[in-house]
Design a protein around this ligand. Structure first.
Ligand code: NAD
Ligand code: DAU
Length: 338
């Protein structure tokens, strides 16, 4: 099987490529990645020499390039490529619409023209919006996205659905909860707070810190996507959650305790606008139809993740310099303390 993995140099994409090449050494993978600030070839350096793996630098919005790759014979496309950070979508929504919506449409056109056998859209629980305690989103729930990021992901999901309805394309959608683990860009909560704590920098906790996320270890999400790729039903959506709800404050305290750092590093800062209070999904469909069951418990996964950042200082020190540092100084260090 030959896969086109877009966004393969990012966090989940690179973990997925590692998972696939380990599980199915006979598969071939082409990855197409624009190498934005979030794309990092260091995430794939160990598999670069493999002769069943090829990297192409480029944009999923570039139809000519996408057609060139797909016309060479691709059995399935997995679309991980996206602008992914909610905070950035508040400052600069345009590139979110371009990559997340237009890019997805370009890939769907290539699937249509070259009769690709499977297209997996990697989506998110954020498309559903926020949900009160005791309730859970199912795949049938309304889409009520609240940020430009989640709105662009919801737009892409609807386009994918429309290509299924209109052209009978063999498409499937996964919606996962918050991922954590190795190679996550340190602008997201967990890697930002681990690396800041390691540098004795403040941890900018938004609002009261009681926002709830459901956390899934990235390896479990990759296994879920693998199940959807091989066993999922065309036209269907699958929620892939970790079943591990925690407040941001609980996650922060775990990191500080594990590293032996003081709580005084926490800085309560002005809240993110339209901040979703709680994400939580019902994942019974994936469990029943695909036998999807996340294996890694939150505490175990967090320990593994902290250890990975402790053992890979070079990786994140390099990432946390240059362009990223300017962004961090402009947006995070200027956040008002509350
Ligand atoms: P990431 O930001 O770490 O990586 C995104 C990758 O896409 C980068 O390598 C980047 O260079 C590439 N990219 C961006 N624009 C591109 C373009 N126009 N053409 C080609 N490549 C481009 O993201 P991630 O956290 O690994 O997320 C991957 C996917 O999973 C995204 O679609 C995201 O919406 C979805 N998702 C993420 C999470 C999470 O918790 N991280 C949860 C649910 C869903
Ligand atoms: O739910 C899935 C989504 O999870 C993915 O679709 C997104 O791509 C991914 O970025 C993530 O979105 P979140 O907004 O939930 O992730 P983030 O790590 O930015 O924030 C997690 C929580 O922590 C959220 O409630 C905001 C809060 N937070 C975040 C940062 C970066 C803080 O309190 N301080 C921070 O500095």
């Amino acid at each position: 099987m030959k896969l086109l993995v877009t966004g393969g140099a990012g966090f989940i994409g690179s973990n997925f490529i590692h998972h696939i090449l380990k599980t199915y050494p006979q598969y071939k993978i082409v990855t197409l990645d624009k190498l934005t600030y979030a794309g990092n070839l260091d995430n794939l350096s160990d598999i670069e020499p493999a002769n069943n793996y090829q990297f192409v630098k480029g944009d999923i919005c570039d139809l000519k390039l996408v057609e060139e790759i797909v016309s060479g014979g691709i059995d399935a496309i997995l679309n991980f490529a996206a602008e992914t950070h909610v905070d950035r979508s508040l400052y600069d929504p345009k590139c979110f619409v371009q990559t997340n919506i237009t890019g997805t449409q370009v890939l769907l056109e290539a699937v249509l023209k070259y009769k690709v056998k499977r297209f997996i859209q990697i989506s998110t629980d954020e498309v559903y919006g926020s949900i009160e305690q005791g309730k859970f989103f199912t795949e049938e729930s309304l889409l009520l996205p609240n940020s430009p990021y989640s709105a662009s992901k919801a737009g892409a999901d609807l386009l994918v659905r429309s290509y299924f309805k209109t052209f009978k394309l063999p498409v499937l959608i996964t919606r996962s909860s918050n991922n954590y683990g190795p190679y996550q860009f340190p602008e997201k909560l967990i890697p930002l707070f681990i690396t800041n704590a390691l540098e004795d920098r403040e941890l900018p906790l938004y609002g009261d810190g009681l926002y709830i996320r459901d956390w899934i270890y990235v390896e479990d999400n990759c296994k879920g996507i693998d199940l959807v790729l091989h066993k999922g039903k065309e036209g269907e959506i699958y929620n892939l959650g970790g079943g591990a709800e925690k407040t941001n404050l609980e996650i922060t305290n775990f990191i500080l305790n594990y590293l032996g750092k003081p709580e005084s590093l926490i800085k309560h800062v002005k809240d993110r606008p339209a901040h979703d209070r709680r994400y939580a999904m019902d994942c019974i469909k994936a469990e029943k139809e695909l036998n999807f069951r996340p294996k890694v418990k939150l505490e175990e996964g967090l320990k593994k993740t902290v250890e990975w950042y402790l053992n890979n200082k070079e990786w994140w020190k390099k990432v946390k310099s240059g362009e990223y540092l300017k962004y961090y100084e402009n947006h995070y260090l200027k956040r008002e303390k509350v």
